[in-house]
Design a protein around this ligand. Structure first.
Ligand code: NCD
Length: 312
């Protein structure tokens, strides 16, 4: 693993992914063993967009490693409101913290910000771009439930604006997977993402569909996403697709008994709550996996940063 910034999942090899997931599994099995591993370490949180899971699980992860966080807080209460540039904000906060976590509404913001800082910067979502730490917990959940090789996965919903989708699809090219992308025509995967997937793996098994029906029986995992309303330039365009691609118990009659259903959350109306208590539902477990996975990522990045602490 390149022990510096984590901006997109394109920079991760199979070995990198396995290192993080194995470390996360160790931590998950015995979190007390790392409770004092990063005392006196501060993680800077810069969230320019709403977040519940990502922000709170980073905070939990840092604290469970013995460290603490410094939080820029809301844009309303920060100097961003006075017109401070992102470059200046990150330069200032890197002086307070050992690593930075950045979420920003503009695609490319994390790449730009990373050029101004020396401490590790983790992209926690840049517009419709990437969300690599979410991908790590997604991969961890897939590995636990279905395995990462010989996997048939359906990724459904907003494939155009969904940054979790772009990051996950890339990371999966490291494994033996068949990826089915299911969406309305207007929310298909951006052509540059499809191009990049083929660049990453010239034999990438990728299919696009406008209906779940044909592929559902063959799936090991169905990854459902929210239509990203806030990214639509036009509300009317959102209204045309809102409410499409919902699943309920009846939909699942055609699915394999072993189907694992995932969702990065928050959900709006894509998954009927009647599915929550079935064996298929893995989305709350997936959200909880954010803590050990982010602990593993921070541990690996911060240990290297501080001159190669041993790995316990
Ligand atoms: C996702 C995000 O922010 O991209 N949420 C998350 O981090 N779990 C998905 C979404 O907002 O739909």
């Amino acid at each position: 693993m390149r022990h510096d910034h984590l901006i997109t999942s394109k920079q991760l090899s199979r070995a990198d992914v396995e290192t993080v997931l194995d470390r996360a599994a160790e931590i998950d099995a015995d979190p007390d063993a790392v409770a004092d591993r990063h005392t006196n370490t501060l993680l800077g949180l810069l969230f320019f967009e709403p977040s519940t899971r990502t922000k709170m699980s980073f905070e939990t992860a840092m604290k469970r490693l013995g460290g603490d966080i410094v939080d820029m807080g809301s844009i309303e209460s920060s100097s961003v409101k006075k017109g401070e540039t992102l470059a200046d904000t990150v330069r200032v906060i890197e002086g307070y913290a050992d690593a930075l976590v950045l979420r920003h509404p503009k695609q490319g913001a994390a790449t730009m910000a990373s050029e101004f800082v020396d401490v590790p910067l983790l992209n926690a979502g840049d517009g419709a771009g990437h969300h690599p730490t979410q991908t790590m917990l997604d991969l961890y959940t897939i590995r636990e439930n279905a395995g990462l090789d010989d996997l048939t996965i359906g990724i459904m919903g907003d494939l155009k604006y969904g940054r979790t989708v772009h990051s996950l699809a890339h990371a999966l090219t490291n494994f033996d997977t068949r990826q089915h992308f299911i969406s309305p025509e207007s929310l298909r995967l951006p052509r540059e993402v499809v191009y990049d997937l083929h660049q990453a793996d010239e034999n990438a098994a990728i299919r696009e569909h406008d209906s779940l029906e044909d592929v559902l029986p063959s799936l090991d995992v169905l990854y459902v996403t929210r239509i990203q309303r806030e990214r639509f330039p036009d509300e009317q365009e959102y209204q045309k697709v809102a409410g499409e691609y919902q699943i309920d118990a009846e939909t699942l009659e055609a699915a394999s008994d072993d189907l694992t259903i995932m969702h990065p959350l928050p959900r709006v109306d894509e998954i009927d709550p009647e599915i929550d208590d079935t064996e298929h539902a893995a989305y709350f477990e997936q959200a909880h996996n954010g803590v050990p996975v982010r602990m593993a990522l921070l541990d690996l990045l911060l240990s290297d940063e501080r001159g190669g602490e041993d790995d316990e």
